[in-house]
Ligand binder design. Structure first.
Ligand code: PHE
Length: 306
């Protein structure tokens, strides 16, 4: 800045030297020639000096930066903090791996769903009291946030012919008061197998094998009758939980003939089983997590443990 001020003062349009050179016109010819030559010499010398000083300043500045901001390559590096998979993701992968190993393939479906698939196609017509089993978060009716992954049963069967063996991991939503075992959003893994000659023995065999793969052979698993409108018979499957008795890990059953007929399958020819399980509940059992709300609290003290 100082250098620029100097340039303006001496060499600028109204500068001192410029003034002298302008004054030449008043001199007579001989003086004009002498003073003019000297003036131009002086001007060239001053301009050269100005340029050199500018260069010196910026070189000094660079040297200063190079010194102050020097990188010491011999210092040890900073470790890169690696993240890890969320416990839900880890368990989802274990669950899907177990079923993929048994011949199931994985599909996914929309979280914003039609009443038609979430209820109607699952044998839960408008006004059916069983609708109260799912505390629905409605969008603009008849759209809703899916209350379970079961709507994918009909979507899959509408698009392929038997044999069907799919699992559907995905997020679900319910208008629900939260507590240690209930969240208003959570994951489910739906399963569906339809073919000729599938029986309840296949359902039990598949789900026992699943429990064995996830929990080992020591853990007890209990089947009990339960009601879901889209299966007949229906069961709930619990695993014994340290101390506090049984905890439900999935609902299941034989696909209801009306659901099969609804997608155009012949219920006289085909049978199948379906199940819907809760990965967070399974993670809770596996890792001894006492509250489902931990999964979504984003607390690093919790997450770092997995
Ligand atoms: N969709 C049921 C639920 O959310 C679980 C289920 C799935 C039950 C498939 C039976 C068969 O509660």
């Amino acid at each position: 800045d100082e250098l620029e001020q100097w340039r303006v003062r001496i060499l600028g349009r109204r500068g001192e030297l410029t003034g002298i050179l302008r004054g030449l016109a008043q001199l007579d010819l001989e003086e004009r020639r002498q003073v003019g030559a000297l003036g131009n010499q002086a001007k060239a010398a001053l301009e050269e000096g100005l340029e050199k000083r500018g260069r010196d300043i910026s070189e000094a500045r660079l040297a200063q930066v190079a010194d102050l901001e020097r990188i010491d390559v011999t210092l040890p590096g900073r470790p890169v903090a690696t993240g890890r998979l969320h416990p839900t993701t880890q368990v989802l992968r274990e669950i899907t791996d177990a079923f993929v190993a048994m011949g199931f393939s994985i599909v996914e479906g929309p979280e914003v769903e039609w009443d038609h698939y979430n209820f109607e196609m699952l044998n839960i017509p408008q006004g059916h009291p069983a609708r109260d089993m799912w505390n629905t978060l409605w969008g603009q009716r008849p759209m809703l946030l899916r209350t379970h992954t079961s709507p994918m049963q009909a979507r899959v069967m509408e698009s392929v012919q038997p044999p069907v063996r799919v699992i559907v991991p995905g997020k679900c939503y319910r208008y629900e008061a939260t507590d240690a075992t209930h969240e208003w959003h959570f994951y489910q893994v739906e399963g569906l197998a339809v073919d000729e000659g599938i029986t309840f023995a296949d359902l039990k065999g598949t789900l026992y094998e699943f429990a064995r793969r996830l929990f080992g052979t020591e853990r007890k698993v209990r089947f009990r009758c339960d009601y879901f409108p889209f299966v007949e018979p229906g069961v709930d499957i619990c695993r014994i939980c340290r101390g506090s008795g049984w905890i439900e890990i999935m609902g299941a059953g034989m696909v209801h003939p009306r659901v099969l007929a609804g997608v155009g399958y012949d219920p006289e020819k085909y049978t199948g089983f379906a199940f819907g399980l809760g990965p967070e509940r399974i993670a809770m059992l596996k890792y001894g997590i006492d509250d489902i709300r931990h999964f979504y609290s984003n607390d690093l003290r919790f997450l770092r443990q997995f």
